[in-house]
Design a protein around this ligand. Structure first.
Ligand SMILES: [Zn+2]
Length: 204
């Protein structure tokens, strides 16, 4: 770690691509006594940690060779990337299931609920299935563009499928859901957005 990054305090260097990014935007990994790496979403687990950027390009080129430099700082058992990838995917899947389950009564689930919610001018996170269909995607994009013109904050995150999103809400298929992102709900919506993006990158 260079001196300037240390001074900054809140930046961390990606273990694989060496990118320096704010700590909350990265995934912390902890190393156990057996040299196994474990994802620590809350960044609170005890033990020595390292950080992973979870950016699409970094994950695309990821392999065991890129975990090798960790050996300078930790006792790390290699090869490990295949199993680490599964661990990250599974922890994200579990976390997202918990978050969506907790939101079942407050989220705006399905096209009609979302279209109705779009009239309300408070910040909104839209979670849209990749297979939502062109007609729905166009309809939502138009409505979001109008909100944007009116200065209303809307963020859209793509998830893998209607089936996947449906599972999260305990329904058969869900093409789109709206999550309130104003006031105290903003932090949760931001985390949900981040985990959805990471989940998509790790599954790609
Ligand atoms: Zn990276």
């Amino acid at each position: 770690m260079t001196e300037s990054i240390e001074l900054h305090g809140k930046l961390r260097t990606c273990l694989a691509c060496r990118a320096s990014l704010p700590k909350p935007s990265m995934l912390r990994l902890v190393v156990d006594d057996e040299g196994q790496l474990w994802p620590d979403l809350a960044q609170k687990l005890p033990g020595r940690g390292t950080y992973f950027c979870m950016q699409e390009t970094c994950l695309q080129g990821m392999n065991d060779k890129r975990l090798q430099p960790l050996k300078a700082k930790f006792v790390v058992s290699l090869p490990q990337w295949a199993v680490l990838k599964e661990r990250i995917e599974s922890v994200l899947e579990k976390q997202l299931q918990q978050m969506f389950t907790r939101m079942r009564s407050t989220a705006h689930v399905g096209r009609d609920a979302v279209m109705h919610r779009l009239w309300n001018n408070t910040p909104l996170l839209l979670v849209m299935a990749a297979d939502a269909g062109d007609a729905l995607i166009r309809q939502i994009d138009d409505a979001v563009a109008k909100r944007q013109q009116a200065g209303q904050k809307t963020k859209t995150v793509r998830v893998s499928s209607k089936l996947w999103l449906g599972e999260k809400f305990g329904r058969e298929n869900v093409a789109i859901a709206g999550i309130d992102a104003s006031g105290p709900a903003a932090a949760t919506a931001n985390k949900l957005d981040q985990y959805c993006v990471w989940h998509r990158h790790i599954k790609a």
